[in-house]
Design a protein around this ligand. Sequence first.
Ligand code: G
Ligand code: G
Ligand code: MN
Ligand code: NA
Length: 252
Amino acid sequence: IIIENALRKAMENEELYLVYQPKIDLHTREMRGMEALLRWESSELGTISPAEFIPIAEETGQIIAIGKWVLKTACKRNKEWQQKGLPFQCVSVNVSVRQFQHSDFVNTVEGILHETGLNPRFLELEITESIMQNINESTTVLKGLRELGVKTSIDDFGTGYSSLHILRELPIDTIKIDKSFIDDVADSAKRSMVRTIIDLGLNLNLSVVAEGIENEQQAKILSRYKCRFGQGYLFSRPVKEDEFEKLLHTQS
Ligand code: G
Ligand code: G
Ligand code: MN
Ligand code: NA
């Protein structure tokens, strides 16, 4: 209840903001996209992680308004960067299950693209395997998004109960291999799992992203296994928009 009330004010008082983390081509080390991540600096409660407040916002339904704000802010900012002449990048936005399953979701995305003027190909939506709870509806939503020209990605891939099922049934573009598998890459006895996931993605013509890369050894092994893209502290932490703009400048 405390967080719920503070979150209501957070929207009004502009305590929410986005940070951005680059996605890197592991071969050339160039930026090939960015993920927008939500942050909350509460005047009452201090810094609160989305891992803590997103589940509450899902329960209370506040996620619908928050999710719209995130999506609109990320699209608007990306369009502004493009208009400034910075290199065009695709922005990935996290979408929670409840938001994804909201009846109006595809229309909302379409409206935000229209309003911000962002070309749909520069937007990707990250969802988790939990959308499999409702496979028919999820398929309809994913098809609607594909018709709009928006890309979709399965976040934390490999951690759910339906990883294979999802690939077989749903029209998606990208898998993001969960950090727990990337942590295992340094261990020769455990790395075969990662290799198998990468091959699976490539064989299905999906874009494969490794998340949570923290050292050069992991990056090298993943690159050798033909994982094309990566994100992680090795390349950059998620940074505020002014700092991210500087990163974009170094790419032009
Ligand atoms: O950025 P960080 O590692 O603190 O994120 C923690 C969790 O919160 C991750 O699971 C991430 O996907 C999720 N998260 C971050 N930003 C958003 C957002 O804008 N919307 C949703 N639904 N989840 C987010
Ligand atoms: O669930 P999702 O993949 O959206 O969450 C991404 C989270 O992982 C973000 O909170 C981000 O801050 C965090 N993150 C990004 N790169 C790294 C990394 O290299 N190491 C760790 N520990 N966390 C990372
Ligand atoms: Mn994500
Ligand atoms: Na993830």
